[in-house]
Design a protein around this ligand. Structure first.
Ligand SMILES: Nc1ncnc2c1ncn2[C@@H]1O[C@H](COP(=O)(O)OP(=O)(O)OP(=O)(O)O)[C@@H](O)[C@H]1O
Ligand SMILES: [Mg+2]
Length: 245
C-alpha cells in the first residue's frame, strides 16, 4: 500500500549548458498539503519539476522523498518511487483512446490487474472520462484533456503529485472545475500536491502555502492567505495597485 510522502528540495541548482536556471532553490511539501509555486514565464518553474522528476539533471543540492535522497534516480525510478508529474501542455496521446491513455500511466509500475482496478477508481473520480472512455484523446475538450492527464498520473497511485500549469489554455469556469478536482484529490487521497501556476490568484486561493519564484530564486514564501494580502504580491502577480494612503 502506497502512503503519502513528503517532498523536500534543498539548495537545488539546475541549468542547461552554460545557463544556470535555479540558483539554490529550497521548498517542501507535506502529505495532505497543496503548495503552489507561482512565477513569471521563464522563471524556472517547469525546470524545477523536471529536475525533481529526474528528466533534467541536477547540478547541486538534494531532492528528498520521505527523507530519502532521490536526486540521482532516473525518471522511471522517480516515478516508481511514487512521485508523479502532470506535464505542462498535458501531452495526451491524440490517437489513443481515453482508456489507453490512462493505462499508459501505469506501465512499468503496476500489474495488469492493478491497472484495471485503478482505472475503475479513476472513472469514479472523473465520470466525464468514463463516458468518453473509447473516444480518441485528441478529440476531448481542453478541460477533459487536463483531467485525462491528471488521471494518467493517478493510475500509478502516486505518493505525491506535481502539476505544471493545469489551468493553461482553459476558460475560467473550466479552470474552476479542474481546481475543485485537485482539492478533492488532496482530501480523498491525502497526498501532497505541488501546483505550478501562472494563474496566481486561483493558485493562491486554493493552496495552503505558496512560494514565489523570481529568476531562479524563491523571493517570497508564506501561507497563501497571507500572500493574497501582500501588497508586493498583489502588484506583481495580481495586477492590483496598492491602495493610496
Ligand atoms: N531544454 C532547455 N535548454 C535550454 N534552456 C532551457 C531549456 N528548457 C528551459 N530553458 C530555459 O530555462 C529558463 C526557465 O524555463 P522554464 O521552462 O523552467 O520556465 P517556466 O517558469 O516554466 O516558464 P513558463 O511559465 O513559460 O512555463 C528559460 O530561460 C528557458 O529558456
Ligand atoms: Mg513552464
Amino acid at each position: 500500500m502506497n502512503t503519502a510522502a513528503s517532498l523536500e528540495v534543498r539548495d537545488l541548482r539546475v541549468g542547461y549548458g552554460s545557463l544556470e536556471v535555479l540558483h539554490g532553490l529550497s521548498l517542501n511539501v507535506q502529505p495532505g498539503e497543496i503548495v503552489s509555486l507561482i512565477g513569471a514565464n521563464g522563471a524556472g518553474k517547469s525546470t524545477l519539476l523536471n529536475a525533481i522528476s529526474g528528466v533534467v539533471p541536477v547540478r547541486g543540492g538534494h531532492v528528498l522523498l520521505d527523507g530519502k535522497d532521490i536526486r540521482a534516480l532516473k525518471a522511471p525510478d522517480v516515478a516508481r518511487a511514487g512521485l508523479r508529474q502532470v506535464p505542462e501542455g498535458r501531452r495526451v496521446f491524440a490517437d489513443l483512446t481515453v482508456e489507453d491513455n490512462l493505462l499508459l500511466g501505469g506501465y512499468g509500475t503496476t500489474t495488469h490487474h492493478q491497472r484495471g482496478e485503478r482505472l475503475e477508481e479513476i472513472f469514479d473520480l472523473f465520470p466525464r472520462l468514463k463516458e468518453r472512455r473509447w473516444q480518441p484523446g485528441g478529440t476531448l475538450s481542453g478541460g477533459e484533456q487536463q483531467m485525462l492527464a491528471i488521471g494518467r498520473a493517478l493510475v500509478a497511485s502516486p505518493r505525491l503529485l506535481m502539476l505544471d500549469e493545469p489551468s493553461m489554455g482553459l476558460a475560467p469556469l473550466v479552470t474552476r472545475d479542474v481546481f475543485a478536482l485537485i482539492g478533492r484529490l488532496r482530501n480523498e487521497l491525502g497526498i501532497g500536491i505541488l501546483l505550478v501556476e501562472q494563474n496566481a490568484r486561483a493558485a493562491l486561493k486554493m493552496s495552503d502555502r505558496t512560494y514565489v519564484l523570481t529568476l531562479g530564486e524563491i523571493q517570497q514564501h508564506g501561507t497563501s492567505a497571507d500572500l493574497l494580502r501582500d501588497p508586493k504580491v498583489l502588484a506583481a502577480f495580481l495586477g492590483e495597485e496598492t491602495a493610496p494612503n
